[in-house]
Design a protein around this ligand. Structure first.
Ligand code: BF8
Ligand code: SF4
Length: 630
């Protein structure tokens, strides 16, 4: 059946173009302008063969100069750059997780932060050997937070969450020596190995890359996800809307942006306070409208139904509408461009973390013990700014779509149970999903994740790949900016079943789900690891055998490469639409595509053409089915 409900990339581009034209009148520039100034980009950087890790350099590899001054060759230089990239990503995700541990440690029964999922806390406490009998839930929370914090720096042993992986995986990680120790230890080891005068062997660097990545996915990120659920609630399906059309002309608009939900949670709560709503009315506004960007949007949408203004490359566009009274950010993926851009409008740009201090912002250091009041102060500041809008600078694109978000593993299992109607006491099985895959009603699953990127046509690859996969009866789980690309297009709507293959459409109808399940932010890719693990365990096979693959068609950040490493190390092939910057080393290219496959049973498949990439994914899934004889 034809279905004309999707917002096309062309429509999104037309909105962006109009905003950019409006912005030019206010003296604003955007990433499109800066990209032009940066083109052509440095070939040495792109191929990973520029080294500047000591002051004898920078050294660049050319046919005439095949080694740096110290003798490092292209493989050493590209390998070291690659490992440092991963370390940066693991550090970012994991430090986010650590902050959430500190927030959990600051919880009090009458405090600013409280426990919202006691069951999940008790389960985790038991898993980690924290005594729960006869204890106050807040004492349990604090003790569990301490165990979590020790995961970052414990001197002995490996990460607690590794025990959640299938036994074959655990053994493989041990045998290969890539079972991560403490999170910080792996980041430090990666930095130490890549210091001048240490590892020059590409394989050793790639191997530590896998271990550092695992410290993210089965360490820092998983801690971030679990603790966020305990603090703010485990996501269950919620309806929301996405794209710039969620900004409201007559309301005070506050855009929240970043990753750690602690700050945005307080702003959302404050926006519901009756006295502040009343205050907004006295200033001529009809209400207070909170909208999210990037992973904060995902976190807040799936727990509060907060609407999503857009993904990474849309952050400037939100301000260009001229109706944003405040953009409040915490950490990661925040353009420094927001400083000068906010000065072209009345928008107040608020930074809240010592990790992300940006010129042109007002810095309000967020603290767990004062957070509720700080949230209220920020909302009040935004309300006071409402009257400063310049009516000549306003343009709100109309496009927005409805989306159902918030499919945690718990939610997926619950939803599956509605299909079989088994109402199992313990909703702890993926058997209905496995049956669908075995019978071929669903061919397999793809996890589509990651950023959008000016190196390609933004959002286009995400959307085209998703459309083709669901048309081929492949169910999708999505997170991060990929999930938002889907949301903006309308692909997270249950109606999107209309463009699915007959098998997937039937499953969507029976289970009352959209064909693309929103699993949250980028740290929530840890949920996808548990989903893959759960399927493999319930099926009785190892993860690389399951017809499931990962895909980051437009990735850009260090975090994305860290993720790709733990996804691969977990045994899941990962399809990339942007080339990792190692092309200047044949050894590195071989290692990341085929070398890891020999080690952990999975690797990267890289193709810049989205059509080729999606075809390769479908072929990969069918090959896994053939190997299983299904
Ligand atoms: O962590 S997908 S642009 S927002 S890095 Fe950033 Fe990429 Fe978006 Fe979330 Ni993930
Ligand atoms: Fe050059 Fe070697 Fe120093 Fe790198 S470590 S900058 S290759 S001398």
């Amino acid at each position: 059946m034809e279905w004309n409900y999707l917002t096309t990339v062309e429509e999104m581009e037309a909105d962006a173009k109009k905003l950019r034209e409006m912005g030019l009148l206010s003296g604003a520039e955007t990433w499109e302008d800066r990209k032009q100034n940066q083109t052509p980009q440095c070939k040495f950087g792109e191929e990973g063969i520029c080294c500047r890790i000591c002051s004898m350099g920078p050294c660049r590899i050319t046919p005439k100069a095949p080694r740096g001054i110290c003798g490092a060759d292209a493989h050493a230089i590209a390998g070291r750059n690659y490992l440092r990239f991963i370390a940066g990503g693991t550090a970012a995700h994991s430090d986010h997780g650590r902050e959430i541990c500190h927030t959990m440690n600051a919880t009090e029964r009458d405090g600013h932060y409280q426990i919202h999922d006691e069951q999940k806390l008790l389960k985790l406490a038991k898993e980690w050997g924290v005594e729960t009998e006869g204890k106050d839930i807040y004492d349990i929370a604090h003790e569990t937070a301490h165990v979590g914090l020790m995961e970052y720096g414990k001197p002995f042993g490996t990460l607690n969450f590794l025990k959640r992986a299938p036994e074959e995986r655990q053994k493989l990680w041990d045998d290969l020596g890539i079972a991560p120790r403490a999170v910080d230890r792996e980041i430090a080891t990666a930095m130490h190995m890549t210091h001048m005068g240490n590892s020059a062997e590409a394989k050793a660097l790639v191997t530590q890359g896998l271990r550092t990545g695992l410290a993210d996915g089965w360490g820092g990120s998983m801690i971030g996800t679990e603790f966020s659920d305990i603090l703010f609630g485990t996501p269950m399906p919620k309806d929301t809307e996405a794209n710039l059309g969620v900004l409201e002309k007559d309301m005070v608009n506050i855009v929240i942006h970043g990753h750690d939900p602690a700050m945005s949670e307080m702003i959302v709560l404050a926006s519901e306070d009756k006295d502040l709503l009343e205050y907004a009315r006295t200033k001529g506004a009809k209400g207070i409208n909170i909208a999210g960007l990037c992973c904060t949007a995902n976190e807040m949408a799936m727990r509060h139904g907060v609407r999503m203004a857009g993904n990474f490359l849309q952050q400037e566009n939100a301000l260009l509408t001229g109706v944003v009274e405040m953009i409040a950010v915490d950490v990661q993926c925040i353009f420094p461009a927001l400083g000068p851009l906010s000065e072209c409008f009345h928008t107040k740009f608020i930074t809240t973390s010592a990790i992300a201090q940006i010129p042109g912002s007002i810095y309000v250091k967020f603290e767990a013990k004062k957070a509720r009041e700080q949230g209220r102060e920020l909302v009040r500041m935004a309300i006071d700014n409402f009257e400063n809008r310049d009516p000549n600078k306003i343009f709100i694109p109309k496009n927005k779509q409805t989306a159902t978000v918030g499919y945690s593993c718990e939610a997926i299992k619950k939803q599956l149970d509605t299909v079989t109607n088994s109402h199992l006491d313990e909703l702890d099985t993926y058997k209905p999903l496995i049956d669908c895959i075995k019978s071929g009603v669903i061919r397999g699953a793809v996890a589509i994740v990651g950023c959008n990127n000016p190196k390609v046509r933004p959002d286009y690859s995400h959307i085209e790949i998703m459309k083709k996969l669901i048309a081929n009866d492949i169910v999708i789980v999505a997170s991060g900016c990929s999930a938002q690309a889907a949301a903006k297009a309308g692909l997270l709507s249950k109606e999107a079943k209309e463009i699915c293959g007959a098998g997937l459409k039937r499953v969507c109808e029976l289970a009352d789900i959209p064909p693309i399940l929103h699993m949250g932010s980028c740290v929530d890719i840890s949920r996808m690891m548990l989903l893959a693990t759960g399927i493999a365990k319930d099926w009785g096979i190892d993860i690389p055998q399951v017809p499931v693959v990962g895909c980051a068609p437009e990735w850009m950040s260090e975090k994305a490469v860290s993720i790709a490493n733990y996804v691969v190390a977990t045994g899941i092939d990962t399809y990339l639409g942007i080339e990792p910057q190692v092309k200047g080393s044949s050894q590195m290219m071989e290692l990341i595509t085929e070398g890891t496959r020999k080690m952990v049973g999975a690797g990267y498949i890289i193709n810049k053409d989205p059509e080729d990439l999606v075809n390769a994914m479908i072929a990969g899934i069918e090959a896994k089915r053939d190997a299983l004889g299904i």
